[in-house]
Design a protein around this ligand. Structure first.
Ligand SMILES: Nc1ncnc2c1ncn2[C@@H]1O[C@H](COP(=O)(O)OP(=O)(O)OP(=O)(O)O)[C@@H](O)[C@H]1O
Ligand SMILES: [Mg+2]
Length: 150
């Protein structure tokens, strides 16, 4: 998947961007959602979950305190939030590799805190707040970038 840049002007537009992205994701894909507090990671996740046909956006809530939420039957999306974790070992103990081996997409907020945990095959989605309601969303595949440099 090539790098993609999307600008949204509202929460609804970010959900819609997530739906488009979710439709293109293959099962077993790890997606790191990267951005500061309130950047829109959970909002984008709502759309991705819908795009994958796993649940409606209003059924998706932040897993900040619960760590992992599951959507779909069978489970098609795991939505993870590592904000409250301090050690990579705590994150590793969640068994995310095993989740990836199932045919589900794994969405991870604050995964960049523990870079050593992630396989090279992943998508990175960066969200930046440009103004109150404007977000710049960049989707990139680090493995594809590496191939270009080879
Ligand atoms: N264009 C936009 N896209 C997404 N959210 C927007 C946008 N404009 C305003 N917002 C607001 O920004 C907030 C984004 O919250 P959200 O929970 O998605 O962020 P988050 O990155 O998951 O934060 P956290 O780090 O706390 O988990 C919401 O209150 C939403 O209404
Ligand atoms: Mg969030």
């Amino acid at each position: 998947m090539p790098a993609d840049l999307i600008r949204t002007g509202s929460e609804e537009e970010t959900v819609a961007a997530g739906v488009e992205l979710g439709r293109r994701l293959r099962p077993g894909t790890l997606v790191l959602l990267i951005g500061e507090l309130g950047a829109g990671k959970t909002t984008l996740a709502k759309g991705i979950v819908k795009g994958l046909g796993a649940a409606e956006p209003e059924e998706v809530s932040s897993p900040t305190f619960t760590l992992i939420h599951e959507y779909g039957e069978p489970v098609r999306v795991y939505h993870v939030d590592l904000y409250r974790l301090e050690e990579a070992a705590e994150a590793a103990a969640l068994g995310l590799e095993e989740l990836l081996e199932r045919e589900a997409v794994v969405l991870v907020e604050w995964g960049e805190k523990f870079p050593q945990l992630w396989p090279a095959r992943r998508l990175e989605v960066r969200l930046r707040r440009l103004a109150d309601e404007t977000r710049l969303i960049e989707v990139r595949d680090p493995a594809a970038d590496a191939e270009i440099g080879d």
